[in-house]
Design a protein around this ligand. Structure first.
Ligand SMILES: [Zn+2]
Length: 318
């Protein structure tokens, strides 16, 4: 078994949109999610956020429209042949310019989004190449021995690039670390469509130290691949840990009663106690095959256990 490394991982800084961290170089047009100022390709400190780039393109096109209106205004003034025509031109031009200005100001957020989409569309090839280069940089860091930094870099790229290869690389790195509950870990972005033993082992570990991270997507993944998981060496223990995590919320007990039922007998005492109490105190979920199985396990293992007789309010476990 591989020796696990004690590491420190920086917390992941979430942004509203994944592209919020994406930057483009003003000099060589290279995209990256890894640099703050210095471009990883040309080395110059000319990185600019993609939103800033879109905003500056938009500003230019807005000024272009204003200049055209002002030109039309000027021409109309020049060709005016009477005082009336000149007055009408002055008023008409001013109204048109004010209208354009107001419209542009109001539409700026929507126009910015369009400009950003245009930028991604126009630079699609450069964007893909830039992110591929970022991944290569992360692999270089990995080979240099700085695994935590390599993971952090892959995690940043993974926010924009959703490929299984990138997910597997992150999972393998995570599996080489000693995971602790105070680490900023994640599961949803790493879930794949197909069965993967490393992913399942990672889920099993999270089910023990960060069960709050296991949500519907993870339970669905585990249920979908349950037969293959059972063939793994520690498969049934992993499934029992996942079932123990599902006991965390009444909603999950209602949604996945059969998963919990199948591993109720293997749950650690604290998880089984929580399940038992949840079923006792919630009549709407406390019926059916799950209830019968829980009562069977209770009668077999915990019938004379003092902890099962108290109300349990003082030791509410999540
Ligand atoms: Zn550059």
């Amino acid at each position: 078994m591989m020796k696990k490394l004690p590491v420190i991982i920086s917390p992941y800084i979430k942004t509203r949109y994944p592209y919020n961290k994406l930057k483009i170089c003003r000099r060589c047009n290279h995209f990256t999610v890894l640099g703050d100022e210095d471009c990883p390709v040309c080395g110059k400190s000319s990185l600019l956020g993609v939103e800033q780039r879109a905003a500056s393109i938009l500003k230019r096109s807005m000024w272009g429209a204003r200049v055209i209106v002002m030109l039309i205004w000027a021409i109309s003034l020049v060709v005016s042949q009477s005082i009336l025509q000149t007055s009408l031109s002055i008023i008409g031009g001013a109204v048109l310019l004010a209208l354009l200005w107001t419209l542009q100001r109001r539409l700026t957020p929507a126009l910015l989004r369009v400009e950003l989409e245009n930028l991604f569309h126009k630079e699609a090839y450069t964007l893909v190449a830039g992110l591929a280069n970022d991944r290569e940089e992360a692999i270089k860091v990995f080979h240099s021995g700085n695994k935590p930094l390599a993971y952090e870099m892959l995690r940043e790229i993974g926010a924009l690039v959703h490929t299984d290869q990138l997910r597997i690389e992150q999972i393998l790195l995570l599996q080489s670390f000693m995971l602790r509950k105070d680490m900023d870990l994640m599961i949803d972005p790493l879930l794949m469509d197909h069965f993967n033993t490393d992913l399942v082992e990672y889920i099993g570990e999270l089910a023990k130290i960060r069960r709050d991270l296991l949500k519907e997507n993870t339970f669905r993944y585990v249920l979908l691949h349950e037969i293959q998981i059972l063939k793994m060496e520690q498969g049934d223990n992993i499934l029992a840990s996942v079932a123990g995590a599902a006991v965390r919320m009444q909603r999950y007990i209602s949604l996945y009663p059969y998963l919990i039922m199948r591993y109720a007998g293997k749950l650690p005492k604290d998880r089984f106690l929580r399940l038992y109490r949840m079923l006792q105190s919630n009549p709407e979920i406390g019926t059916g095959p799950l209830y019968e199985e829980v009562m069977r396990v209770y009668n077999e293992k915990y019938k004379w256990d003092e902890d099962f007789r108290s109300t349990g309010n003082e030791t509410e476990l999540k």
